[in-house]
Design a protein around this ligand. Structure first.
Ligand code: PHE
Length: 339
């Protein structure tokens, strides 16, 4: 029996040497220490021993068990350590490999200009308002004092959805919506898309953008309008920019004006951009017509206001020296990447 025990130890010593995987070690454990393992089988035979031999062999068997456990555990540790090292080697990341390149999109020049203009007016204490692009005829024309028979209401100028519903031709209807809902003082700008039945060319598009401005309070005068637009023009086109008011007619402002800025390209000398004029028209403006205030439940005897409507495309073309409006809608990334 002694011999048998010694043999088992030898066998285990040999086996652990050739084992390379953790799962094989488990098999060894079962083979020698398990319920039906070799050691157990030997111990079963203890019944046949004499009472003198039993404690001796018993002790020996315990030593052998400990020895086998030690051998197996030791081998297991070594192997799992190796396996870990192998695993880590496999998972190693080569930080010098070129990564996957993600190209980030950019803001469209029209968005850039709208944000720039918004920032100027937010800085002056204005709030941003919005209104629907599919608008009631009442807000787009009627409430703005644009009478039946006015050329702007002609089908050649306006996209009609039905007799009462149109694609808004200007952002001015937002003025009405805001005045109907709020009390003065009012100080808002409303950027948005507008639609006119125009053929596409270098300066026209049936869809374009405007930014409306509206201020209503006690004692607002044309001087406030002028000062405001001057600040705006200087922050958009440079501190040496001048502005010029030309008399005009809008049914919803009185008096009305078209407003030019000194040419950003030639600074007033006259060039291709301003067609030799030295000035470029960028917006319409005026004092809110008393009828319009009344239409919205605001007493024109107490309050007055100014409004202006600015062409975003025109401003963007000036800001970025773009000579054809169509480029803004073609979505050619070679063009868009420049801004
Ligand atoms: N809505 C006018 C246009 O589209 C511009 C404008 C706005 C004029 C506000 C005066 C006041 O031409």
């Amino acid at each position: 029996m002694k011999q048998k025990l010694a043999e088992i130890v030898k066998q285990v010593e040999e086996s652990v040497k050739s084992v390379t995987e953790a799962k094989d070690i488990e098999q060894l454990r079962v083979k020698y220490l398990g319920k039906k393992g070799e050691l157990t089988l030997v111990l079963r035979g203890m019944g046949a021993l004499t009472p003198e031999e039993r404690p001796l062999i018993g002790k020996m068997a315990n030593d052998v068990r400990e020895k086998i456990e030690f051998l197996i555990n030791d081998a297991f540790e070594k192997i799992s350590e190796n396996e870990n090292i192998e695993k880590l080697k496999k998972e190693k990341i080569d930080v010098t490999m070129p990564g996957t390149k993600y190209t980030l999109g950019k803001k469209h020049p029209l968005t850039l200009v709208i944000e720039e203009i918004e920032n100027v007016f937010l800085g002056l204490g204005y709030k941003i308002a919005e209104g629907p692009e599919v608008e009631l005829d009442y807000y787009n024309f009627e409430a703005l004092n644009i009478q039946e028979g006015h050329p702007a209401r002609d089908e050649q100028d306006t996209f009609y959805i039905s007799k009462e519903v149109v694609l808004r031709t200007q952002t001015s209807p937002v003025q009405i919506r805001v005045m109907e809902k709020s009390e003065p003082p009012i100080k808002i700008i409303c950027p948005g898309r507008v639609y006119r039945s125009d053929a596409v060319d270098a300066t026209h598009s049936p869809v374009f953008h405007q930014i409306e401005g509206l201020v209503v309070d006690k004692g607002i005068t044309m001087a406030d309008l002028r000062g405001t637009l001057e600040i705006f023009a200087k922050s958009m086109f440079g501190q040496d920019t001048k502005i010029r008011f030309r008399p005009h007619h809008f049914p919803f402002t009185e008096p009305s004006a078209e407003v030019d800025v000194s040419c950003w390209n030639c600074h007033g000398e006259g060039c291709k951009v301003c067609r030799g004029e030295g000035w470029v028209e960028i917006l319409g403006a005026g004092m809110v017509h008393p009828k319009v205030l009344k239409n919205c439940g605001i007493d024109p005897e107490i309050y007055s206001g100014f409004a202006f409507g600015l062409g975003v495309e025109r401003t963007a073309m000036g800001r970025f020296n773009i000579d054809d409006l169509r480029l803004l809608y073609e979505n050619d990334v070679r063009f868009l990447n420049q801004f």
